[in-house]
Design a protein. Structure first.
Length: 288
């Protein structure tokens, strides 16, 4: 297979010093490298070194706001913007908006754009809000979607269950995103994790129904990917490869990549997930 400029669209480089104690305990469970990873979260050069070692040209730095459940405040946005400035061609900053509590979510999106944030992450189970809650008493969510659509900022939405303490998995079902696709048809929307482990068929339906919906395969062990999505090649034009590293039970970017490359997929499908689709959405990744 020819050399690819690989994008891992879903890497959690976050300010771990903000984590609530119960979340920190869950994140550290079973790993001996927690202290080294916590140091990495403050050091973009270490992030880039690990990317180089894994053969990854570019990553998405996934951040969002969840003060009550995870401990992440609005300060994640200047944090991730500053980190990405160390290598803007290789680091794609994702930020967040506290849509249920911010008085002017549309202005918050403008602020993200001013900082250089290139995409927004919404985490319904951790932000305790349904993805279509603007239809049920959270108008700020519509303001966020609308302004992101106007500015051309993709919105990534967590779909699928969460193991973190206090997560509201009633909001993990991706089907409410059907409303978002209807109401904001020009918005590029990424279904993170494709509803794993319970809603793969729903995610597949949404990808086929909405022209501007994308999916990322992060958080799904590669060995199980084709079990969840036996018709994956049919939506290969809309899928982004990602790892969810260093989330729980994700061994590493390189390990995940090697396992993905071992799947029975055509070279064309692999290329779309690893390089071409991310290039369409975020511009070409650099050669490294």
């Amino acid at each position: 297979m020819e050399e690819l400029r690989i994008t891992d669209i879903h890497v959690h480089v976050q300010p771990w010093h903000m984590l609530k104690p119960s979340v920190r305990e869950r994140m550290a469970e079973g790993r001996s490298d927690y202290a080294a990873l916590e140091r990495m979260m403050r050091d973009p050069e270490e992030v880039l070194r690990r990317m180089d070692a894994a053969g990854i040209a570019r990553i998405g730095l996934i951040n969002y706001v969840s003060p009550s459940l995870m401990g992440f405040t609005d300060a994640v946005n200047p944090y991730v913007a500053s980190l990405a400035r160390a290598a803007p061609e290789r680091l794609i900053p994702f930020g967040g908006v506290d849509v249920a509590n911010h008085p002017r979510p549309g202005e918050a999106v403008d602020r993200l754009a001013d900082l250089g944030v290139r995409a927004i992450k919404l985490h319904p189970p951790h932000q305790e809000v349904a993805a279509n809650a603007y239809r049920h008493g959270v108008p700020g969510l519509a303001e966020m979607y609308d302004r992101a659509q106007e500015l051309g900022l993709p919105v990534m939405v967590h779909t699928g269950t969460s193991v973190f303490p206090g997560a509201r998995n009633v909001h993990a079902d991706p089907l409410p995103l059907d409303d978002v696709g209807v109401d904001f048809p020009e918005l590029d929307l990424i279904l993170a994790h494709l509803g794993r482990p319970l809603w793969a068929e729903t995610s597949f339906f949404l990808l086929r129904r909405h022209p501007n919906f994308w999916g990322d395969v992060s958080g799904i062990p590669p060995k199980g990917l084709l079990k969840y999505f036996p018709r994956l090649p049919e939506v290969a034009d809309k899928l982004l490869w990602g790892t969810d590293w260093p989330g729980p039970m994700v061994p590493g970017m390189r390990e995940n990549l090697d396992a993905f490359l071992g799947l029975d997929l055509s070279e064309d499908v692999r290329r779309k997930l690893l390089q071409d689709n991310a290039d369409r959405l975020f511009g070409p990744a650099p050669e490294v």
